[in-house]
Design a protein around this ligand. Structure first.
Ligand code: NDP
Length: 331
């Protein structure tokens, strides 16, 4: 069966020589293992970090020659474990492959909420939803009337963080990389304002969109956008470092942020997190997310690709902004 092999560590952007599609035969199952068919692969910004050699990572980088790793929705074809049965759906860290062998202790049963399509359920519930929920509600604790800025706001995590902030009755401003994405944020998702960071003088635009300053910064991008936001933080503001995607493609550390000064001057609370640490809390968060999707108070777009052969280009779209919503590859 087919799988994507990791061939070359990218020096900057992922390119066509980073991975190659290969054939393999899987060994027989051992005790406690599952043979799964990977149905849907989730493309995540963090995948790029696993291809580098940084020392500071939350997980082992992928070795050259190994199969590419990713989150996925899988169906059990054969079970050598009492925990799961043939036919059951599980979500797991898996491989970019048609079939994989997984350890039964490392997967989670996956049940889509009633009447929700499987791809939508997986797209929202698996990683993006808990990330937005935890970062905004458990770390930033938004209060009605506060101003929340979300970067990469039209992406999977960002659009949810912004909409959950609206449900918390905040003034919500998003940044995104095109006018079309900005219109989507305001006209369809109910953001109060959106800024195209490619066009605007980001600082002027932020000052205009946040007349009362920023109370909560939900950061997905890093670099100069984060700097401009730090400048406008209010006293006792909260800065949630969810992601720094603008830095993932560079091997070297990027200087800055220059406005770190304000962590003292504005008495900021700055907190980063890795959502996988909170897996035990997922079911509780997923119940809220499912309800919001089902009652229409949250909208979520999928950007799906059909066929394992599109996995590499699908992942690359996250770093160019070509994606419009949560990127999935269906096998
Ligand atoms: P998205 O769907 O948001 O896609 C990524 C988006 O980032 C692109 O569409 C693009 O949007 C924007 N982007 C890419 N490169 C740049 C750049 N150089 N400068 C500015 N914007 C850029 O992906 P995800 O929802 O999967 O991830 C969003 C963030 O959430 C990432 O930083 C990721 O690492 C983080 N994350 C963190 C987790 C955690 O546990 N802490 C868990 C999951 C995600 P645009 O067109 O607007 O530029």
């Amino acid at each position: 069966s087919q799988f994507w092999r990791f061939d070359n560590r990218p020096e900057a952007n992922i390119n066509d020589s980073t991975f190659s599609l290969q054939q393999r035969e899987l060994p027989p199952l051992e005790e406690g293992q599952l043979l799964v068919k990977n149905l849907i692969l989730s493309m995540d910004a963090t995948n790029r970090l696993w291809l580098g050699e940084r020392e500071e990572l939350y997980m082992e980088p992928i070795s050259l020659g190994d199969s590419m790793r990713g989150f996925g929705l899988c169906q059990i074809v054969k079970s050598n474990s009492r925990l799961y049965q043939e036919g059951q759906l599980v979500s797991s860290l898996t491989e970019w492959a048609e079939y994989s062998i997984l350890d039964a202790n490392a997967v989670q049963a996956f049940v889509a909420p009633k009447d929700m399509p499987l791809d939508l359920a997986f797209g929202v519930m698996s990683i993006a939803g808990p990330t937005a929920y935890h970062g905004l509600l458990n770390i930033a604790h938004p209060r009605p009337g506060e101003t929340v800025v979300v970067t990469a706001a039209s992406g999977a995590v960002g659009c949810l963080a912004g909409q959950i902030a609206k449900l918390s009755r905040c003034h919500v401003v998003g940044t995104a990389g095109s006018d079309a994405k900005c219109r989507y944020l305001v006209e369809e998702l109910g953001f109060d304002a959106a800024i195209n960071y490619r066009d605007a003088n980001i600082e002027d635009a932020l000052r205009q969109a946040c007349p009362n300053g920023i109370d909560i910064q939900f950061e997905n991008v890093g670099g100069s956008i984060l700097d401009s936001c730090l400048k406008l933080m209010n006293n006792n503001g909260r800065v949630v470092i969810c992601g720094l995607i603008s830095m993932y493609n560079s091997a070297q550390n990027v200087p800055g942020p220059y406005m770190f000064h304000n962590s003292i001057m504005k008495r900021l609370k700055i907190e980063g997190f890795v959502i996988l640490d909170h897996a035990a809390e997922f079911p509780a968060m997923q119940r809220y997310l499912a309800q919001w999707i089902q009652d229409g108070s949250i909208k979520f777009k999928l950007h799906s690709h059909q066929g394992i052969e599109h996995a590499s280009t699908a992942l690359q779209s996250l770093y160019t902004g070509e994606n419009n919503g949560k990127v999935l590859v269906k096998l």
